[in-house]
Design a protein. Structure first.
Length: 270
């Protein structure tokens, strides 16, 4: 094999390999978006002359309850925020205190500027704890419980209200008994699950509020959802196509330069 053939072979191998390595390198920052849960229906529509399908995901309905400050609030009062919800009751002596402590730590991780001396940045995420014993969990009891655990009232609601409304919301809207091996009684919602809800009030994850690995995943998923584009926006590629074009152009220039040098040397020796 002469030198020109060998060089051509090297170029043929080099360009695809170089491009692959570049794509792999710049794609390492790609993240896995938390999945949607609770598919409502799939609709068909014609777009640009082609039949396409679109998944319609369950959107959590609004609920109106009272928080630990005595304020009447709606779920839909929370605009453009990620929501983390759980269920508890103030007289619980088993899992509830641990769940509340873990949610408090999660709340602390979203301090404005990452400085624990600063107030909570309530523009990022809203925490909600629903009492499953609302007959006993009055506003004063919720307030005392919240103060005991250092709850920031701006970004964390502890809610009470009609029991049937709370239980219907738990099972019909948040589906706390789904996607888990943990049984949840319809008579008493005693569960360790944290539920992640996006800005469109759609379920994006279920997590074990007692498990540190699951909680770390929840924190990561909150961060990812914060960066997620609004519904209908085009998804971002895992690499910058402009950057890839520049890299490929540089590779071509390098190859052309090498060929020119080899050609000149061949002409000089001839």
């Amino acid at each position: 094999m002469n030198k020109k053939a060998l060089l051509a072979l090297c170029i043929a191998i080099f360009i695809p390999l170089f491009s692959y390595l570049c794509v792999r390198y710049v794609s390492q920052d790609a993240v896995i978006i938390p999945r949607h849960y609770l598919l409502d229906t799939v609709v068909e529509k014609v777009k640009d002359g082609k039949l396409t399908t679109d998944s319609i995901w369950h959107t959590t309905q609004d609920i109106r309850l009272v928080n630990q400050l005595g304020d009447t609030v709606n779920l839909y009062d929370i605009k453009n925020k990620i929501i983390v919800a759980d269920f508890f009751f103030t007289s619980c002596g088993s899992i509830c205190p641990t769940l509340t402590k873990n949610m408090a730590r999660l709340q602390q991780s979203f301090l404005k500027g990452g400085d624990t001396r600063q107030r909570i940045d309530s523009s990022i995420v809203q925490f909600i704890s629903f009492s499953v014993d609302p007959e006993r969990d009055s506003v004063p009891r919720l307030k005392a419980y919240a103060d005991h655990f250092g709850v920031n009232h701006d970004s964390w609601w502890m809610l009470t209200g009609p029991k049937d409304s709370i239980y219907n919301f738990a099972f019909e809207q948040l589906k706390v008994d789904k996607f888990s091996e943990e049984p949840v009684s319809p008579d008493f919602v005693h569960t360790s699950r944290f539920v992640l809800i996006d800005r469109d009030y759609q379920i994006r994850g279920y997590y074990n509020g007692l498990d540190t690995v699951s909680l770390r995943q929840l924190a990561r998923d909150i961060g990812i959802l914060m960066l997620e584009k609004e519904h209908g926006a085009k998804a971002k590629l895992p690499f910058d196509p402009v950057l890839m074009g520049v890299i490929f152009l540089i590779a071509v220039i390098l190859v052309v330069g090498i060929l020119s040098i080899v050609k000149r040397k061949s002409a000089q020796t001839a």
